[in-house]
Design a protein around this ligand. Structure first.
Ligand code: ATP
Ligand code: MG
Length: 195
């Protein structure tokens, strides 16, 4: 039987080889999907990491949920962060499809500009997947703009279900499974946890 030391030495060898193989330096496209809790908070956590290193970031919230979220209150005045909430944006309550589409296109116009600006090292497109689900945005121009973005630029997109074409061009995809949620136990949404 192998000793602990032998197993660890073997593991180190494998990991060192992987590290040696990962030499490319470029921005990545990260998709955070699934029905579990933790997609947007993971994106904002990663953005905090990025601006902590002095890099510039921008957020576009494609679904206008609660406006006064903790992350918004914390980040809105940060000098390295631009925060855009989709205008008269789509909420679960709106029933005006034309207005939703106009708002989605306005938000996309901002996204497109950001995707050409290499001074932004991190873009967060929160809940963007719904724009495709409801066909408020065409996918082809989005794929093209993402594919042609500056080499150093990282993009994170959140939403429950991602279109297949988007997954094809992504570098990292994390799927958060809904194993349990306090809401179903009758716990009310809380400031600091849900928003
Ligand atoms: P978070 O912003 O907490 O990271 P999320 O981005 O993964 O959550 P969304 O689908 O954007 O999840 O939903 C946002 C809100 O709904 C959050 O307040 C979150 O706690 C809540 N939520 C997320 N998943 C579930 C679920 N499976 N059941 C009930 N509520 C949920
Ligand atoms: Mg979310």
């Amino acid at each position: 039987m192998k000793t602990h030391q032998e197993r660890m030495a073997k593991k180190k060898e494998v990991i060192d080889k992987r590290i040696a193989n990962a030499t490319e330096e470029r921005g990545v496209l990260i998709l955070l999907k699934g029905n579990g809790k933790g997609k947007s908070s993971s994106a904002f956590g990663t953005m905090a990491r990025c601006v902590g290193h002095g890099k510039k970031a921008a957020v576009i919230q494609f679904v206008k949920g609660r406006t006064e979220t903790g992350e918004f209150k914390l980040f809105r005045d940060h000098e390295l962060i631009d925060w855009h909430v989709m205008g008269h944006g789509f909420t679960w309550e709106t029933q005006d499809k034309e207005q939703d589409i106009a708002a989605a296109q306005k938000a996309w116009a901002i996204a497109e500009t950001l995707l050409k600006d290499d001074s932004y090292e991190m873009l967060v497109f929160d809940e963007m997947s719904y724009m495709f689900k409801y066909k408020y945005l065409e996918l082809a121009p989005v794929i093209e703009a993402l594919s042609n973005r500056p080499k150093n630029q990282n993009v994170m997109i959140t939403g429950r279900v991602m279109p297949e074409e988007l997954e094809e061009i992504a570098d990292t995809i994390s799927s958060i499974r809904d194993e349990r949620h306090a809401f179903r136990l009758g716990v009310k949404a809380q400031a600091g946890i849900e928003y």
